[in-house]
Design a protein around this ligand. Structure first.
Ligand SMILES: [Zn+2]
Length: 243
């Protein structure tokens, strides 16, 4: 049987180096999520550095049989955003990549989630306020996964009059009667609504206030509705003192 090579393109959202030096990567592309392995010393025409987190790559690979991980034989770098390696930006890129990874466990979200991640990473690299980009794009990734918070009606009883309490478990704002959750202020509530309904570019026209509150809300929402993210735990700047 002859070896059949194939090509695959995508953004590297996870990278794990094994004790023997081999590297397992997870790519997200328009066609979904995909894992492959690069064997140390066996990568032709490329080096393992090209297989870095957040790189947009095209890999050539083959698979001996269906059960094996695809084996990468060549890597071509389609695009790298060197700014993402900046220690002031990297933690935010890690959040978007890890969130994308967790949102696509056993679910095919494909094209949209890939393009939102790509524009989020570009935004992080280019914008002077990467923290705001990370907050906005994390919510937009959740939205693409069908996990938008409910903001227009009470998340618990459906009443159309809503207050300022955000109930994480119920998945959104509650009314003054149900009145459960984390207390937002009018500005933070308006910003959350803008994040869900306007473009990233539009939201970035005004600096986001209450960063701490935004991080608390986002991290608790993700922990409850998706899973706890290592990257959010690493972002130690939020101290949860508002709750
Ligand atoms: Zn209610």
């Amino acid at each position: 049987m002859s070896t059949r090579y194939a090509l695959r393109e995508g953004i590297i959202i996870r990278r794990k180096q094994l004790p023997n030096g081999d590297i397992v990567i997870t790519l997200i592309s328009e066609n979904g999520k995909w894992r492959a392995i690069a064997k140390k010393g066996k990568l032709l025409g490329g080096n393992l550095g090209k297989l870095s987190l957040f790189h947009d790559v095209t890999v050539q690979y083959y698979r001996k049989n269906d059960e094996d991980l695809a084996l990468i034989t060549q890597v071509q770098l389609g695009g790298a955003l060197p700014q993402l390696a900046d220690p002031a930006v990297y933690p935010y890129a890690h959040i978007l990549a890890e969130l994308t990874d967790k949102l696509t466990v056993d679910v095919h979200l494909g094209e949209n989630i890939h393009s939102y991640l790509a524009s989020g990473l570009r935004g992080l690299a280019q914008h002077s306020d990467p923290e705001a980009v990370a907050l906005i794009m994390s919510w937009k990734l959740l939205q693409q996964a069908g996990l938008s918070p409910r903001l227009l009606r009470c998340a618990r009883c459906g009443a159309s009059e809503t207050g300022l309490m955000f109930d994480i478990a119920a998945g959104g704002i509650t009314c003054n009667k149900c009145n459960s959750g984390i207390k937002l202020n009018p500005k933070a509530a308006a910003e959350l609504s803008a994040i869900m309904h306007a473009t990233m570019h539009e939201v970035l026209q005004h600096p986001l206030s209450e960063r701490n509150l935004h991080w608390v809300l986002l991290s608790r929402y993700i922990s409850f509705h998706v899973t706890a993210l290592q990257s959010l735990n690493n972002l130690q700047r939020f101290t949860l003192q508002v709750i």
